[in-house]
Design a protein around this ligand. Structure first.
Ligand code: ADP
Ligand code: ASP
Ligand code: MG
Length: 405
């Protein structure tokens, strides 16, 4: 018997009518003969609303209580979806992350999945039931409730698909696939029928939040095929699977991320061990550093510039002043009004001249590039935040991504 994992995002379960629609689809899939595990997100903006509530009650950080609070969002939708499915004559049972056996580490609000003990899910599947799982949550070894970070329901779904050896993980969202750029920003964005895990991982990590980047990492390691599609139609979506496509494509898409800030340490002494001191201290705060550029300045001193997620800035700034003093750097600068813009494609490494085309397109659009970094499958630029969306549109046009390669 085939086993499928489906995940429905916040918009897809955003109202009673939409929950009915999801229940319809679940029943239809189950009647088609597949065993089915369904992961759901909180309804619509429920998670944002809960965060807002917490801020009205306290200005301090309470990671444990925050997880208690946020897991409630997914608990609501899982129960409602299970009710709607049962009403259609198909047995369904809802489970929290903990009941589903999703064991995580203890880092509240950003927990990592350690293992999935899916025995209970397997038992229910054997009884012919559809299992509805609350996304984005788990339980630590010392039985604390945890969450996986914003957008983490995708990761729940792929982790379950890996653990249960599902034939596929379907991610139902509010767009009908992964596009060459965010279709809400670029009108002419084209739907990609197939992407490699590496390309999707880069796109997701660099701002295309249609998939949580950690879900793609798990999918790649356990070879779980992902199908990203819309819950509002039956169109074929985008398949993320192993290997490159047959067609030779240089550029797959453009991602951008406005939730970043730039930090620079200037006048950093040029001696061994300095970079390690800087980034060990920042890493010690659990902060993910995104892009690092070191440039040699005057008098044998360097400037070390990097970007971090906007939400991490509060953890970085106090540490940075300490580090600055310790290593004897002249000053540190901080700029929250930047964005990262990335061109991603497996063919970049073998296509000389693409970097030139990217920079030319930005120049023609009058967009100033602050920092540049490249890897074998990415070219990333830091630009002014106000320029970001215009830059994505110009690049998309100049690189002719609207056209089928
Ligand atoms: P869900 O609630 O279903 O998890 P998300 O809001 O997390 O949905 O992800 C879907 C959104 O991702 C889309 O509405 C779209 O605006 C955005 N997005 C960003 N980049 C892309 C891209 N390259 N392709 C498709 N969608 C993208
Ligand atoms: N509800 C959570 C969020 O809004 C998790 C998710 O939707 O994936 O981030
Ligand atoms: Mg999402």
């Amino acid at each position: 018997m085939t086993l499928l994992v489906q995940k429905y995002g916040g918009t897809s379960v955003g109202s009673p009518e939409r929950i009915q629609n999801v229940a319809e689809r679940i029943v239809r899939t189950r009647r088609g003969g597949a065993d089915l595990v369904v992961v759901v997100s909180a309804m619509g903006d429920a998670t944002d609303d809960l965060i807002d509530l917490a801020r009205q009650v306290s200005t301090r950080s309470h990671p444990r209580e925050m997880d208690m609070l946020l897991t409630a969002g997914e608990r609501i939708s899982m129960a409602l979806v299970a009710m709607a499915v049962n009403d259609r004559g198909q047995e369904a049972v809802s489970f929290t992350g903990s009941q589903s056996g999703i064991v995580t580490d203890a880092s509240h609000t950003q927990a990592k999945i350690l293992e999935v003990k899916a025995d209970r899910i397997r038992e229910e599947l054997k009884r012919g039931r559809v299992v509805i799982v609350a996304g984005f949550q788990g339980v630590s070894k010392d039985r604390e409730v945890t969450t996986l970070g914003r957008g983490g329901s995708d990761t729940t779904a792929v982790a379950l698909a890996a653990a249960l050896e599902a034939s596929e993980c379907e991610i139902y969202t509010d767009v009908d696939g992964v596009y060459t750029a965010d279709p809400r920003i670029v009108e002419g964005a084209r739907k990609l029928t197939r992407l490699s895990y590496d390309e999707m991982l880069e796109l997701a990590s660099l701002g295309a939040n249609v998939l949580h980047n950690r879900s793609v990492d798990i999918a790649r390691r356990f070879q779980v095929p992902i199908h990203v599609r819309s819950s509002f139609n039956w169109n074929e979506g985008s398949r993320v699977a192993r290997g490159s496509t047959m067609e030779q494509v240089v550029i797959r898409g453009i991602a951008h991320d406005k939730d970043v800030a730039k930090v620079a340490l200037v006048g950093v002494p040029d001696r061994p061990g300095v970079a390690s001191e800087i980034f060990q201290s920042i890493g010690g705060q659990g902060v993910n550093v995104r892009m690092i550029v070191q440039a040699s300045g005057q008098d044998g001193k360097n400037d070390v510039t990097f970007t971090v997620g906007s939400h991490d800035v509060n953890h970085v700034l106090p540490v940075l002043e300490e580090v600055r003093k310790k290593i004897g750097a002249r000053a540190f600068l901080y700029d929250p009004d930047v964005a990262m813009l990335s061109v991603v494609g497996e063919g970049l490494a073998t296509s000389p001249g693409t970097a030139g085309r990217v920079f030319q397109a930005l120049a023609q659009a009058g967009v100033n590039i602050d920092l540049i970094s490249t890897s074998s499958i990415t070219i990333t630029c830091v630009v002014r935040q106000a320029d970001a969306e215009r830059a994505v549109r110009s690049l998309h046009e100049a690189l002719e991504l609207e056209r089928e390669p």
